[in-house]
Design a protein. Structure first.
Length: 309
């Protein structure tokens, strides 16, 4: 086996664990126990998939996306509907659907390997089944959030959570073929998107450079105008304020992106007019970026046709 083959697992492994680690850190607002469970589950899941589908490792990217989505939604529902459930039961409830899915993958290894390695074109029946799976998951999530389970004793909150996780686990095991196909579809979609992004590197870089230039120029203008004025041209929650360059740069970014945080605003007509000019420049830049990206795609699409004519 060549060097590339020996390390073929590295890219999907890093993608899976990187995304899993990011989600683990993101959901770790109530201690370290749950993030450890999330990260360990991501690693164990990759190990199982690598054993079953060693020649379909790109599938791991779709699996990582699905895992991250599941972990994020579980964290939100668990914290909202079952806030006092014991940590051990929360971890067990998180593991139950994942274990059910992975055991079903192992049980149907032979029939699933062809889907992962060769792929299948999505058909109407597959899409209908995915729609039903999403609907059933939405019903379970809605029921968890709608019923007053958060008023139960902590132990009962954990037991109800385990019951819901058991339903999701049974659903995952029963629809493992459709879930694997969905993950393959997601991986293929990400590959297609990455190919398109490569063709857009130049217009994206040009857009980012012009965005930075306009932002910095107007930040300097705001700072200079405020620094040479006898009165403050800007105000904040605490009243009139003098801008330092960091404040001016922040205000410039917020202005050109039309976010409008409301933490700094101009109180002088001249400063307001300058901010309006920056907004206009930002809109023109947006049109420029859209035009360049469209032109780049059309040029790349017309190239083969022109060469063959």
């Amino acid at each position: 086996m060549n060097l590339t083959g020996q390390h073929a697992w590295l890219r999907p492994f890093l993608a899976t664990m990187g995304l899993g680690g990011l989600v683990a850190l993101g959901v770790g607002d109530d201690g370290i126990w749950f993030p450890i469970v999330v990260l360990a589950t991501a690693g164990f899941g990759f190990a199982v998939l690598f054993r079953v589908f060693p020649r379909g490792l790109d599938f791991a990217l779709g699996a990582a996306i699905g895992f991250a989505t599941y972990a994020a939604r579980f964290a939100v529902i668990a914290r909202t509907a079952f806030p006092e459930a014991p940590d051990a039961l929360v971890g067990l409830a998180f593991l139950l659907p994942m274990a059910s899915f992975l055991l079903a993958v192992l049980a149907r290894e032979a029939s699933l390997r062809r889907i992962v390695e060769e792929g299948e074109t999505p058909d109407e029946r597959h899409l209908r089944r995915i729609g039903r799976i999403i609907l059933l998951l939405a019903i379970i999530a809605t029921a968890s959030l709608s019923f007053p389970f958060n008023r139960l004793a902590p132990l009962w909150q954990g037991i109800v959570m385990l019951g819901g996780a058991g339903l999701i686990g049974a659903l995952a095991a029963g629809t493992v073929r459709e879930l694997v196909r969905l993950m393959v579809d997601m991986a293929q979609l990400m590959d297609a998107m990455s190919g398109r992004v490569v063709a857009l590197v130049v217009p994206i870089a040009a857009y980012a450079a012009l965005f930075s230039l306009i932002t910095i120029v107007f930040a300097c203008l705001f700072r200079i105008a405020d620094g040479h004025s006898q009165i403050a041209l800007f105000s904040g929650p605490g009243g009139p304020m003098r801008l330092n360059f960091r404040d001016a740069l922040h205000f410039s970014i917020v202005t050109i992106s039309t976010v409008g945080y409301g933490d700094i605003w101009p109180v002088d007509d001249g400063a307001r007019l300058l901010a309006a000019v920056e907004v206009l420049a930002g809109q023109i830049l947006l049109l420029f970026g859209f035009y360049e990206i469209t032109r780049s795609r059309l040029s790349s699409g017309d190239g083969p046709g022109e060469g063959g004519s």
